[in-house]
Design a protein around this ligand. Structure first.
Ligand SMILES: CSC[C@@H](O)[C@@H](O)C(=O)COP(=O)(O)O
Length: 380
């Protein structure tokens, strides 16, 4: 399915080809080495700016400062970051440089990337895959030179991105079956093309249903404090031609009570084994409102977002971000100086409020402790 990111005529400052715009993050190579390319989400929708990163420190900074964000996109970017570091070592130290020192350096790069953000488990899932690749290379001596190692890691990172693209499509198809012509739905944060390597998680069912000819109307929560809804989801849906209404977060109950919202679709940053869901701050409030109004509350997430190692959502680490995200909007101060601020970036929705979890391998319903394990079983 077509990704909704590419529209070259709106990007006058760059010379990328259409195919290079298919994703929010992509891989390039030139004579100087490898490049991780990102559409800078921190400045969207006012600017379309492409970052071309050549060092793993730049990749780590891009993740920490939300230039790239959204659980699957963070995982893909971190995987590219590992491959990028291998290419950088090759170009700086030469193709003959000893592999043992490269393995040591790459372990440090993994630690650097692992420390960028704590909540989205896709980051750790992707890095584990890159580490597994590294360990196989080291222990089974499948590569003999640094260029070969760089190539191996690049292939694995590209595979992670391609798998994510296919997962999005699968979730979109399953989720679209739950939507009917004329439905009006609500989403929170951004769980679309920008947040993944494909057509998104929570927005994927909307894209597929729209393509199937179903008429939809999407209410988009602005999603304070970073405004992923107002800046990113509104931008994505508008470009895809899906009718939407942007609302502030505190309007959701008003529209639910008026009967304007048929279902809620959100993404996830981590799902615990019992079905508790960590997602962007404010998701819990939306889930409680949906429950009170008897509106289905769907979570759309690939299996890479499910963390069976954590029994409940209470164990999910919640990222605390800087106060300026709350006291300022786009750099402009709106709160008194020195006011005490809390800024948890995510909250946990208890599984009792979750109608179903739509994954790339099927739809899980309560009891989640059983259904999620079944979906993740190797032979499922
Ligand atoms: C497909 S992305 C799902 C989640 O990652 C998304 O809803 C979210 O909470 C993103 O948070 P962010 O802080 O913007 O990375």
């Amino acid at each position: 399915m077509q990704n909704f990111l590419p529209v070259l005529k709106e990007a006058p400052l760059n010379t990328l080809t259409q195919s290079q715009w298919q994703r929010t993050v992509w891989w390039e190579e030139d004579a100087q080495g490898a490049i991780v390319c990102l559409l800078d989400q921190s400045v969207l929708p006012l600017q379309m700016s492409v970052l071309r990163l050549r060092h793993e420190h730049e990749v780590a900074e891009a993740i920490t400062s939300l230039r790239v964000r959204g659980a699957p996109a963070i995982g893909v970017t971190a995987a590219f970051g590992m491959a990028l570091a291998a290419h950088r070592l090759w170009h700086e130290q030469g193709a003959e440089s000893p592999l043992e020192s490269a393995y040591r350096s790459l372990m440090q790069v993994e630690a650097l990337l692992r420390a960028t953000r704590p909540t989205a488990v896709n980051l750790f899932w992707a890095l584990e895959r890159m580490l597994a690749c590294l360990h196989t290379a080291q222990e089974e001596r499948v590569v003999e030179t640094l260029p070969q190692l760089a190539h191996l890691l690049t292939q694995e990172a590209l595979r992670i991105a391609e798998e994510d693209e296919r997962s999005c499509e699968a979730m979109g198809r399953l989720g679209a079956d739950l939507l009917q012509d004329g439905d009006s739905v609500l989403t929170h944060c951004n769980a679309g093309s920008l947040a993944t390597a494909g057509i998104g998680t929570a927005l994927a069912p909307f894209y597929i249903a729209h393509q199937q000819g179903k008429r939809l109307h999407v209410f988009v929560d602005e999603t304070r404090p970073v405004l992923q809804g107002a800046r990113l989801t509104a931008w994505e849906l508008q470009r895809a031609g899906i009718p939407l209404t942007l609302i502030t977060d505190n309007m959701a109950g008003y529209f639910m009570r008026q009967g304007k919202i048929k279902a809620v679709f959100v993404g996830a940053d981590r799902v615990a084994a019992n079905g508790d869901v960590a997602n962007k701050i404010g998701t819990y409030s939306v889930a409680v409102l949906a429950h009170v109004h008897h509106i289905p509350f769907y979570v759309v997430a690939p299996c890479s977002t499910i963390d069976l190692a954590l029994e409940t959502g209470e164990q999910i680490p919640i990222e605390q971000r800087k106060p300026e995200e709350v006291t300022c909007i786009r750099g402009e101060r709106i709160a008194p100086l020195d006011v005490p601020v809390a800024n948890p970036a995510f909250d946990v929705t208890p599984h009792t409020y979750v109608t179903a979890i739509i994954t790339d391998r099927g739809i899980a319903r309560a009891s989640y402790s059983t259904s999620l394990r079944q979906l993740l079983a190797p032979d499922a």
